[in-house]
Every structure is written in structure tokens, then in C-alpha cells.
Design a protein around this ligand. Sequence first.
Ligand SMILES: NC(=O)c1ccc[n+]([C@@H]2O[C@H](COP(=O)([O-])OP(=O)(O)OC[C@H]3O[C@@H](n4cnc5c(N)ncnc54)[C@H](OP(=O)(O)O)[C@@H]3O)[C@@H](O)[C@H]2O)c1
Length: 201
Amino acid sequence: MKIAIIGAGDVGGTLAKRFEEVGHRVFLGVRDENKPKVKRLLSKNISAHSISEAVKNADVIVTAADPRATKEIAKHMGDISGKVIIDVMNAFRGVPKPYGTTTEALLAYTNTKDIVRCFNTTGFKNMENPIYKGEKIDMFVGGDSTRGKKIATKLAKQIGFGKIYDLGGNESFILMEQIVIVWVELSKILGRDIAIKILQR
Ligand SMILES: NC(=O)c1ccc[n+]([C@@H]2O[C@H](COP(=O)([O-])OP(=O)(O)OC[C@H]3O[C@@H](n4cnc5c(N)ncnc54)[C@H](OP(=O)(O)O)[C@@H]3O)[C@@H](O)[C@H]2O)c1
């Protein structure tokens, strides 16, 4: 797959490396291609571009930047009809008002309806290594786009997550924001080496 990742921070950088490892081509969409943090990520299948160039090259776009920049990023993306967005952003640093989540804001600001949420419910270290004592941890996906959820599920499985639970349509975006709040609160007590795994009798 050709994947554009917007943001090359903890999440964007981690997912870029993981997607490359499982055979994908990654186009980082960044503000400054010459930043040392960005340059360190470059390799045979990871290159850095402006946001508009990165999304032009890709079929799937992963948004992993500062949530306060959602509107600006959408503007830079331009025409992305037919492309899938997987939104990994949480709005801790600021809800993109009047929307409750970055995903709803992206639906309003871009011209693709294939926008889903995935990977946002856990810490970036768990994206780097989703295996605990031989057990694969779980992941969640949500959104109206069946096509988007299929792609996000495939990527999550490829990088090592266990079960990928479909939490429903666009109404699940806020629930997925709440799941990460549970994870963050628990991590304050237990540290960040924790993950969510659903048990079924
Ligand atoms: N950290 C986690 O464990 C985790 C887990 C799940 C979800 N998330 C969510 O994922 C998102 C990213 O988190 P992070 O931890 O990766 O943050 P981070 O390390 O601070 O990285 C943020 C990235 O956003 C970019 N950015 C900021 N403003 C931008 C703009 N106007 N246009 C384009 N890019 C811009 C930054 O680029 P510059 O270098 O140019 O500033 C940087 O690459 C957040 O919404 C966070 O809540 C984080």
C-alpha cells in the first residue's frame, strides 16, 4: 500500500517504521523535511514531502499530527476524494471546535467520506510492539466507511495487533476518544507499558 502519514512525531514516526517493516511504502507529510527528527526516519521506503505532495502519492492517509492543526492540515491536503483517512489523533491538546473529535473535523474539512479511527486508543510504544508475553493486544476501529475499516484492520493486524474490534459507525469516534482516556488514566498509575485486551468466556 502507498501510505501518507501526516506528522512525524512519536506516533507518525513509529507507524512509518512499522508499516515499512511489513512491506508498505510510506510518504511522510511534514512542515519541514529537513528537521533532524524527520531525516532520521528516512529509508528506502520512507520519504518526506510537503503534506500536499505526500497525500497525492498515497491511497491511504494516516493523520498523526497535533490536533489543533486539523483544519490547516485538511487545507494542505486539498483534493483527496477517493482516498481513505485513518485518524490516529486525540484531542487532548485541544478539541477542534465545533467538533468533538479530530475525525469529525476531518469529515467536515476534507472531501473524502472514507474516514475512520484506529490506533488512537493506545500509546505509541504499543504500536512499536503490540505483543505482551507472547499475547497480541487488541485494537479498535470505528467509522461509517466499510472500506476504511477494512484497510485499518488489515494494517493493524499486519503490524501485530490481535483482535480488531469494530465499534460501529461515526458515532463511535467519541467512544474511541474515551477509551484512550481510560488508557491514559491507568498509565498514570501503572506506567505506559500497559494495554487493553478483551477476554471472552
Ligand atoms: N503519543 C502517543 O502515545 C499517542 C497515541 C495515540 C494517539 N496519539 C495522538 O496522535 C497525535 C500525535 O501525537 P504524537 O505523540 O505523535 O505527537 P508529537 O510527537 O508531538 O508529534 C506531533 C507531530 O505533529 C506535527 N504538527 C504539529 N503541527 C502541525 C501542523 N500545523 N501541520 C503539520 N504537522 C504538524 C509535528 O510536526 P513539527 O515537528 O513540524 O512540529 C509533529 O510531527 C496526537 O493527536 C495524539 O493525541 C498519541
